[in-house]
Design a protein around this ligand. Structure first.
Ligand code: FE2
Length: 255
């Protein structure tokens, strides 16, 4: 499996606090069947001011430590990007990294307030050549009142990433309900761990994969946990990556 959302880098955000924990997290990931992991620290203005150069350096350093420790996990760069002004320019300049330097990047919406004009923002990203992957919408507190808005974001061209733990119930009833609903409606493009530690939020997704295989079949489970993430890492065009079921028939650019 390929995990494109993790807070594996030590000491850069609220994820892994130090190298020992990062190595333990990497071992957990490998034991769970994860072979490629994106290191995607938060970039949140005035809270986590990580930037592209620093993230690249930290990923290269951690990759060396993994090699020394004999942990067979391939790392790629990325960031968990909070919605903020001038994002397109910051991505273009490399200050905000995309996933594995592809056209795809993780976009985190505010957790407690539905942001305005998101359809327009997403269309702007798509016209600029980037594909925003909306991270864990199932965990946003405003999803109950604004599910239609999230669906319109996907129609505008946002991809959706669910967190594995939401599917297995780690975050409680509501995130599980919305995960299942979005999966059933065919809106989900990929599953990732969004791992922060070795405990409740550890880098594991095999249980979620099993649950999805039972719900939607083995082929879609593979798409969610491997094929689409691989297409992203390889920077294939959206139209050349197997579409999420809701968009498969339409065959539009919004896939
Ligand atoms: Fe995250």
């Amino acid at each position: 499996m390929i995990d494109l959302h993790s807070h594996l880098l030590p000491g850069v955000d609220d994820g892994s606090p130090d190298l020992e924990v990062s190595l333990d997290m990497a071992r957990i990931a490998v034991a769970d069947g994860i072979r490629i992991m994106a290191c995607t620290p938060h970039i949140t203005p005035s809270l986590y001011e990580n930037d592209g150069a620093q993230i690249r350096e930290a990923v290269a350093a951690l990759a060396e430590r993994l090699l020394e420790a004999g942990v067979d996990l391939y790392l790629v760069t990325g960031a968990d990007v909070h919605l903020a002004p001038k994002l397109i320019e910051r991505i273009r300049s490399g200050r905000v990294p995309t996933v594995a330097d592809s056209r795809y990047f993780l976009l985190e919406a505010p957790h407690h307030v539905a942001p305005p004009r998101m359809e327009e923002v997403i269309r702007d990203f798509r016209s600029a050549g980037y594909v925003p992957i909306l991270t864990h919408p199932e965990r946003l507190s405003w999803i109950d009142a604004h599910y239609g808005y999230i669906k319109r974001m996907t129609a505008a061209g946002a991809w959706i990433q669910l967190t594995a733990g939401s599917i297995t119930g780690t975050f409680g009833h509501q995130p599980r309900y919305w995960s299942e609903r979005m999966l059933d409606e065919g809106l989900v493009h990929l599953i990732a761990t969004d791992a922060h530690n070795t405990g409740r939020r550890r880098p594991a997704m095999s249980k979620a994969r099993e649950a999805v295989a039972a719900r939607l079949g083995e082929a879609e489970a593979e798409n969610l946990c491997f094929a689409r993430p691989l297409g992203i890492v390889r920077n294939r065009a959206p139209a050349d990556i197997v579409a999420a079921p809701a968009f498969a028939a339409a065959g539009t650019a919004t896939t």
